[in-house]
Design a protein around this ligand. Structure first.
Ligand SMILES: Cc1cc2nc3c(=O)[nH]c(=O)nc-3n(C[C@H](O)[C@H](O)[C@H](O)COP(=O)(O)O)c2cc1C
Length: 182
């Protein structure tokens, strides 16, 4: 049986991003049958401009790479920081590029967050992905404070919580009809 492929998107370009680290931790402790791969090139996307989507325009290669990575994944796992009570520009820019192509339509999406106080951006992400008609897997959401001390890289504060969240995602992906009855 092939593994479920989860594409992980971090909304921070920071070298020491806690959201990126959270997704790397998820990849390291993923339950059997689940494989998590991060897409590291959100920073390569041009600033979204609908003019660039007009008929006759060639889709930028970086946009096509993201679209194909999402299309090829069984689910998308997003972890994004909150900046000034909003979704990071990096993440919003990526999502704006993915509206017209419809790649998120019906796509199972899980929202994680490395900072529980970033609840406004989390709610905004939920709203944006809902209007894009993604299939939000609410039961697999996870807010977990990831923080390093004295500049050191933090270790995973709760691998069990990550595994349980990923098992809920796996259950939804394997038995969509049954999971929706829970
Ligand atoms: C410009 C700026 C604005 C921020 N605004 C908020 C905010 O409104 N709410 C919040 O919870 N954190 C805010 N933060 C803190 C970041 O969300 C926090 O540093 C987070 O860890 C960044 O994610 P990263 O580690 O993945 O880069 C802000 C940080 C910056 C740099």
């Amino acid at each position: 049986v092939s593994k479920l492929q989860i594409l992980a998107l971090a909304g921070s370009l920071r070298a020491a991003s806690m959201n990126r680290l959270m997704l790397a931790m998820a990849a390291d402790c993923a339950p059997a049958g689940v494989q998590i791969a991060q897409f590291h090139s959100l920073g390569d996307l041009p600033l979204f401009n609908p003019d660039l989507e007009a008929p006759g325009c060639v889709e930028p290669a970086s946009v096509a790479r993201l679209r194909l990575a999402i299309a090829g994944a069984d689910a998308v796992l997003i972890a994004s920081p909150e900046y000034a009570h909003g979704v990071s520009g990096v993440m919003k820019n990526a999502l704006d590029w993915m509206v017209a192509n419809g790649v998120f339509v019906g796509k199972p999406v899980v929202l994680w967050n490395a900072s529980p106080r970033a609840s406004i951006a989390l709610a905004a992400l939920r709203e944006t992905l809902s209007v894009m008609t993604a299939d939000l897997v609410i039961e697999a959401e996870l807010c977990l404070l990831i923080q390093g001390r004295d500049g050191e890289l933090p270790s995973n504060p709760d691998p069990l919580a990550m595994q349980q969240a990923l098992l809920k995602l796996k259950a939804r992906l394997c038995e969509p009809a049954a999971a929706s009855l829970l």
